[in-house]
Design a protein around this ligand. Structure first.
Ligand code: HAM
Length: 425
């Protein structure tokens, strides 16, 4: 196999150094924040039965029609998950989480797979951080979920995220079906002015015409009836209460009647978080309510909602906003001379690490000088220096690297941990 064949597959990526740390931080921060709102972590498999996705996302969606990685071992048809919601709801049903009473608040993070055309912020293997709150139709929960998303971005140091909100109503005949009819009637007389994709959408899923990115279509769309003003009274009330709730929780937003989302399971509230650094793929996260999904997958009528945030797009925005350096600092670097000192240092580092201190040493046979250079390169805060003489005396030298020409002091090996703790900032 030639060397080029060993490169990462188009649309997939490696993360290391600063990006690797930011990746980890993005997920760590989510865990910390979502816990405060009562979410617990759920892990679901990376592949599921294909039918789970065709039934939940909708057979006529872009994802199901052309973007899924499906494979057929034996008589099964399995698919790498293109998103997380369907798997979480399958898990909710399979393990009867409803029986525990109350709302199930679950969060997840991991890779998703869609066979899209790769470009900036769009990959074939990408990562999402998601939440699902299942078991309540209360618009206050919509407001809580949405404002938690906004809080997350703030928390991670992004100040330019914007929120767009809309409602696409429910399946009652006087709600979305009626609105759809209004759209068909309004678009039909000017259909030939729309782009070819929109003309196909007209028959298949007329609401998707609303989020066409073609400037000509966008212009035509401005005159169309707005969904949130043409829904059944219950959905209009729900939307008003959601907007009020988000506002009360301090979230700024724009009502955007062109926001319809590309998945079939949505009902009522839909929203998107955008960031200016992302270019054409500007959704840094998105979500909505799915009051019919649990039933669609064989459960009792159960409302729910959630969102998923795109980790790759978070990383692009973090880079653009130079938000938090996200380095995990090395606190102590062990420098040694002689084999018994080296082995003793391994023991010292084990004690430091067990006490929660990030510590490392050389494993490549570097000279004493080169070990010190390595400590500098790794930006260690302290060095512990141990030679055979110090070892015999039961001592170690502690050098503060944060101060230029930092002081050195000799401390006893016995209370080295305490001394390190005292010296670290
Ligand atoms: P989605 O809009 O398909 O929704 O994806 C959510 C986010 O994932 C997007 O806003 C974007 O940041 C990121 N994303 C999607 N596709 C890609 C890609 N190819 N490359 C990089 N990032 C991408 C969902 O997946 C729903 N499950 C969200 C949800 C949860 N709704 C309710 N609960």
């Amino acid at each position: 196999m030639s060397k080029t064949n060993l490169r990462a597959i188009e649309g997939t990526r490696d993360y290391f150094d600063l990006e690797g740390n930011r990746f980890l931080k993005a997920i760590d921060f989510a865990g910390d924040l979502f816990r405060n709102y009562g979410y617990s972590r759920v892990h679901t498999p990376i592949f599921e039965n294909t039918e789970l996705y065709s039934r939940s996302l909708g057979a006529a969606t872009d994802i199901v029609e052309k973007e899924m990685y499906t494979f057929k071992p034996g008589s099964d048809s399995l698919t790498l998950r293109p998103e997380g919601t369907a798997g979480v709801i399958r898990c909710y049903l399979q393990h009867n989480l409803a029986e525990r009473g109350g709302i199930a608040k679950l969060w997840y993070a991991g890779p998703m797979f869609r066979r899209e055309r790769p470009q900036k912020g769009r990959q074939r293997q990408f990562h999402q951080i998601g939440v699902e709150a299942v078991g309540s139709a209360d618009p206050l929960l919509d407001a809580e979920v949405i404002s938690m998303g906004l809080r997350y971005y703030e928390y991670i140091g992004l100040s330019q995220v914007e929120l767009r909100l809309n409602s696409i109503g429910c399946q009652l005949p006087e709600c979305r079906p009626l609105y759809r009819q209004l759209l068909l009637d309004a678009i039909r007389p000017r259909l030939d002015e729309y782009c070819p994709s929109c003309r196909v959408r007209f028959d298949r899923n007329v609401m998707r015409i609303l989020d066409c990115k073609n400037p000509g279509c966008q212009e035509l769309n401005q005159d169309l009836p707005k969904s949130h003003a043409n829904l059944c009274p219950a959905c209009q009330d729900h939307f008003a209460a959601t907007c009020e709730g988000v506002e009360a929780l301090g979230g700024a937003f724009q009502v955007d009647s062109t926001l319809v989302r590309g998945l079939d399971y949505y009902t009522k509230t839909v929203f998107e978080f955008t960031h200016p650094a992302l270019g054409s793929q500007n959704a840094i996260g998105a979500g909505g309510r799915y009051d019919g999904l649990v039933e669609e997958l064989g459960g009792p009528p159960t409302p729910g909602l959630g969102f998923a945030l795109g980790v790759e797009r978070i990383l692009i925005a973090m880079e653009a906003e130079k938000s938090c350096a996200c380095s995990y600092p090395l606190q102590v670097y062990g420098v040694t001379m002689g084999e018994s000192a080296r082995r003793a240092m391994a023991g010292i580092l084990a004690r430091l690490r067990a006490a929660g201190i990030a510590a490392d040493m050389d494993y490549e046979g570097r000279s004493f000088k080169s070990q010190l250079r390595q400590a500098n390169r790794r930006q260690a805060m302290l060095c512990l220096i141990l030679g055979e003489d110090e070892l015999t005396r039961g001592e170690v030298i502690l050098k503060n690297m944060l101060v230029e020409k930092g002081p050195q002091e000799t401390v006893s090996l016995f209370d080295c941990l305490d001394q390190v703790r005292k010296t670290l900032p």
